[in-house]
Design a protein around this ligand. Structure first.
Ligand code: LUZ
Ligand code: MOS
Length: 750
């Protein structure tokens, strides 16, 4: 426990990147960005800036020795603008000086003239102009047109969802330290150490082997550091290598909010067809994803949107099409849920409207259409160990849906100006990176001669408790106490070619790799023990720090065992690679089995709207969550609760506003509202599904990071139900976030 970040955070003893300063000759960098969303650079003169007090150097695109390119999936993103600027906040130059203030002051002396060009901000407008990041993709199951033609009930509509600022506590930051023989060590606040390493090698024109990227921990990330920690690390590396001095680049909060990408806004069209009983027969959907000015991870995110088009439901006929649209906004990026929340918001909106049209309770429609064992998803995979119905039924029964409904009905009868709404929100989320190749991980475990053990993986600790989980796996596999174990930093020199800690797979992938590495170490040690105890290795086991023989404790303890192995020249280091078995996906056919398994759940959400003021409260969220057999139930509870609040923030509070010219207006916490202790639901209750072992993941657990965020979407529909009670006939809005301002407007307009 004393090893855990939880122990150090509240004492203020944890070091984040910006706290590191113990490098002799450390310089500080500040970034000059484009003030315009689109334009042609007519002049860029850094000479005067370079002469400012304390300045060691000023760098622009022409100073890049390698390729001016950091695009990970598609090579469409320069590190520093060259010739044109494509979004407000795009880095153009970087100044390096003795203090952060000197560096920022120097930027004011850069002469930059940009001729403004028209900016496209709307994804549909971009699509109409052919401004796409990649060709559109379509997932097809059955025959939508034929099925729709036969449906007695068809509802069509448009659904909008906004972006979301990550608001990790630690803004983007990196320190680059030049080493001997043209090497670099970079300490980066990234979810993707190998991604940063690859980008730096490319930009500086040097082999990856000369660049070591190390991560200690992140003060939060939520996807915002999967791809977008890279430019800041690369800029620090560029300057550090040129100046042969350590360089730190740490964004201030407002810079971070203006310069970096957020969750993708989507605009979508749907048609849903149902039979008279309420069974969905067909669902057609087109997503227009606002990708921003560069691809970043947009194509992968759009792919995950398509995978989650039908959420927890079985729909026999589906056509889902996605356009990734290039606009002049900062490149939107990964954010917890990775495109799935946008998809689920659309189908839930469709079901809500269908239920209204049919005069049915939306929960009835949801329940009727839940996935069953063996049902086919539009991408070809079939639901296995499907728990959609179990979670839904348990939510209905254990949270007393019938009584809650009765209570809400009575409340609404008794109150004229205040109304309540109640909804259920089922979730089905696929676990694995949708890019199959990313589903791999490495681990390195050293037992030192004194019996202490150090574990290295590619996992990045960002407050989600992944390191604690991995050490539990190591301790259980080796049969030793937790206090013998230590988690080392994440470093590309110890574990190479790491996938980002993302897609909720950090503990799954790295935990498996560590389990395999520890099993190998254990196998070697039991061999040594067998020799020493004159026993067969199969009779032996290690538990609670001692070798056991047929279950009985022997005199041979862990420390002696390790020392003996060392003296016998047996390797005490184990390096292992793990790749998720059985997954594949064919992008030509858009069919395959991309996910190792799915996470299921259902939440009951209650909200109250004040019909006079337009204010609203999300009163309670109660979830039944399929968590497998949790490795750490306390950590997982925290993940579910935090995700719920973050999801509620996305659909009810957090509104990104841009000027007509594409500059961010909501770039401070006074204008961009996130959930706080007053807006979070008074009551959050999380029940983990019992008897829910998951053989597809480490120690029968399930990934937990992203899926519960989507329970928060239920808050939107609970608000709609309350609005419906306030104004029965009026068309409801399907445009998230449903802020108090929007509610008031809806209540008061004709
Ligand atoms: N990142 C990624 C992700 O590269 N692929 C994914 O499928 C994914 N899913 C969720 C979050 N990050
Ligand atoms: Mo490292 S970054 O020298 O393990």
């Amino acid at each position: 426990m004393k090893e855990n970040d939880v122990f150090f955070h509240p004492r203020g003893e944890t070091l984040f990147v910006d706290d590191l300063g113990d490098f002799s000759g450390l310089l500080h960098a500040a970034v000059l960005v484009s003030p315009l969303a689109h334009g042609r650079i007519l002049e860029l003169d850094t000479a005067a800036a370079a002469r400012q007090p304390g300045v060691a150097g000023v760098f622009s695109a022409r100073d890049i020795p390698g390729e001016n390119q950091i695009g990970g999936i598609i090579a469409d993103e320069p590190l520093l603008a060259d010739g044109e600027v494509h979004f407000a906040g795009q880095p153009v130059a970087v100044a390096v000086a003795g203090t952060p203030r000197q560096a920022r002051r120097a930027l004011a002396a850069v002469r930059m003239e940009i001729e403004e060009l028209p900016a496209v901000l709307d994804p549909r407008q971009a699509a109409a102009q052919g401004l796409l990041i990649a060709p559109p993709r379509t997932f097809v199951l059955g025959d939508v047109d034929r099925a729709l033609a036969k449906c007695p009930v068809v509802v069509a509509g448009r659904v909008e969802s906004g972006g979301q600022e990550h608001l990790y506590l630690e803004p983007q930051a990196a320190v680059a330290i030049p080493g001997e023989k043209d090497t670099l060590r970079v300490i980066s606040a990234t979810q993707s150490p190998s991604g940063v390493q690859r980008a730096i090698a490319r930009v500086l024109g040097m082999p990856m082997s000369r660049v070591a990227v190390e991560v200690f921990r992140l003060g939060g990330a939520f996807g915002g550091k999967e791809d977008q920690a890279t430019p800041w690390a690369a800029l620090a590396a560029l300057a550090a290598r040129a100046l042969r001095r350590p360089v730190k680049l740490a964004l201030e909060r407002r810079e971070d909010m203006r310069f970096t990408g957020k969750r993708h806004p989507y605009s979508s069209d749907f048609r849903i067809g149902l039979d008279d009983a309420g069974k969905i027969q067909a669902f057609e959907v087109t997503y227009y994803q606002n990708a921003g000015a560069a691809a970043d991870l947009s194509t992968s995110i759009l792919e995950r949107t398509l995978f989650h088009a039908t959420n927890s439901y079985h729909v026999p006929n589906v056509r889902a099409t996605g356009y990734s649209c290039r606009t002049h906004l900062p490149p939107f990026t990964a954010f917890r849920g990775f495109g799935a929340p946008q998809a689920m918001f659309v189908i839930e909106s469709a079901l809500f409207q269908a239920a209204e049209k049919m005069g049915l309770d939306p929960a009835r429609l949801q329940e009727l259409n839940l996935l069953s064992e063996g049902d086919e998803f539009p991408y070809g995979q079939r639901a296995k160990a499907c728990r959609a119905q179990r979670c839904f039924a348990e939510a209905v029964s254990s949270f007393g849906l019938r009584e809650a409904r009765e209570r809400v009905r009575r409340y609404n009868d008794d109150n004229v100006l205040s109304k309540k709404g109640l909804t259920l929100m089922p979730v089905c989320f696929g676990i694995s990176f949708t890019s199959t190749f990313l589903n791999q991980a490495g681990a390195l475990v050293h037992a030192y001669a004194d019996g202490s053990v150090a574990v290295s993986t590619g996992a990045v600790e960002m407050g989600q408790g992944v390191n604690g989980k991995i050490l539990l796996v190591a301790g259980r596999t080796l049969g030793i106490a937790q206090n013998r174990l230590r988690m080392d930093s994440t470093c590309t020199r110890r574990v190479a070619n790491t996938s980002p800690t993302a897609a909720s797979t950090g503990a799954d992938l790295n935990g498996k790799a560590v389990e395999l590495a520890c099993m190998e170490l254990r196998r070697r040690l039991l061999q040594v023990a067998a020799g020493k105890l004159d026993a067969a290795p199969e009779e032996l086991d290690i538990r609670a720090d001692f070798v056991r023989r047929s279950g009985a404790r022997t005199e041979l303890g862990w420390e002696e065992l390790v020392r003996t192995a060392y003296l016998q020249r047996v390797s005490l280091s184990s390096q292992v690679h793990y790749a998720t078995p059985g997954i594949h996906f064919d992008r030509a056919k858009e069919k395959g089995e991309p996910f190792a398994y799915h996470v299921y759940g259902a939440a009951l959400v209650e909200a109250t709207v004040d019909g006079l003021r337009g204010t609203a409260a999300i009163d309670s969220v109660q979830a039944v969550h399929d968590n497998g057999t949790s490795i750490n139930p306390l950590v997982d509870r925290g993940q579910v609760e935090g995700a719920i609040v973050q999801g509620i923030g996305w659909v009810t509070l957090e509104e990104l506003l841009y000027s007509e010219k594409g500059t961010l207006l909501t770039d401070t916490l006074s204008t961009y509202k996130v959930p706080d202790i007053r807006t979070a639901p008074e009551r959050i209750e999380v029940r983990f599904l019992a008897d829910a072992a998951n053989p597809a993941a480490i120690l029968n657990s399930k990934a937990v990071g992203e899926p519960p965020l989507m329970y928060g979407i239920g808050a939107y529909f609970a608000l709609l139900a309350a609005l419906r009670a306030l104004r029965p006939g009026k068309a409801l809005p399907f445009s998230a976030p449903l802020t108090h301002e929007k509610i008031l407007t809806w209540l008061t307009e004709e």
